[in-house]
Design a protein. Structure first.
Length: 255
């Protein structure tokens, strides 16, 4: 059954165009206005959409979902901030598993923040947190989900969209509503302090979980399998000889 939307989208700011919905959301927070938790900034067109590692996020106007959610996860310590990323990733994965006509195991999280169908990226997540003292005071969760775009620039390594996977177009508003329901349910689980419940599911949803593959780890090529995530969100790889290596984002390259 579809979960009801509780936190997200009670307050939605719909824009025809903006530079980046994450920037718009950050600007609202900087102005110090009283912004309700779960406020969503959604735009048909981003002029300067941002991705991870300083990359840009390019999305054909009107065909996809590009939005940012403002959250106040004060219940998380800064060292637990990856829990939010887990919850958001699992929300998207569980939605896509209901919406796409493919084997569930093909829909995965490419650690740390990409959502894949098979070997292709369908969705990117950019979470920007503000930490004050021992608390996470606010987060802007930016999501770019490729819905109805069917042609992508050759410069992108491996994009796909829901339309390409399902071979048919989706109603964008319906996708948005349903996706928000799944995101909301995960955020509530997190807020209720039950995030450990999601650990096993998250590990099992990881792209290439348990498959012996080549990785470049801290500059060295090795065969290893992903066996989980540690308490601070680092990827745990286990080599053929059984040695476990904990890697942060910059230390591992998927071959
Ligand atoms: C990535 O995979 O590199 C992350 C992409 C995140 C894109 C979304 S689209 C909505 C929000 N606004 C942005 O400028 N970026 C995020």
């Amino acid at each position: 059954m579809l979960p009801d939307t509780f936190v997200f989208s009670n307050n939605m700011i719909k824009l025809d165009a903006t530079t980046s919905t994450n920037d718009y959301a950050q600007a609202l927070l900087t102005k110090g206005e009283n912004i309700a938790e779960g406020t969503v900034v959604i735009a048909d067109k981003q002029l300067m959409g941002r991705g991870q590692r300083g990359n840009s996020w390019v999305s054909e106007p009107g065909l996809n979902l590009t939005f940012s959610i403002i959250l106040y996860p004060k219940f998380l310590r800064p060292s637990d901030q990856f829990e939010l990323s887990k919850a958001i990733s699992l929300g998207i994965v569980s939605y896509l598993r209901t919406a796409l006509p493919v084997n569930l195991s093909l829909i995965s999280v490419k650690w740390p923040n990409d959502i894949y169908v098979g070997d292709k990226k369908v969705c990117g997540i950019l979470i920007e947190n503000l930490v004050s003292g021992a608390k996470l005071t606010h987060s802007v969760v930016g999501i770019g989900l490729n819905v109805n775009q069917t042609q992508f620039s050759d410069s992108l390594p491996n994009p796909t969209s829901m339309h390409l996977v399902a071979n048919s177009a989706f109603d964008l508003e319906q996708v948005r509503k349903e996706l928000f329901g799944y995101l909301d349910a995960r955020y509530l689980t997190l807020r209720n302090g039950a995030w450990h419940k999601m650990n096993k599911e998250y590990a099992a949803s990881l792209y290439r979980f348990g498959e012996m593959r080549e990785y470049q780890v801290k500059g060295v090529l090795m065969r290893a399998q992903i066996c989980g995530i540690d308490d601070i969100g680092r990827l745990i790889l286990e080599s053929e000889s059984g040695e476990k290596v904990h890697c942060d984002f910059k230390e591992v390259v998927f071959s």
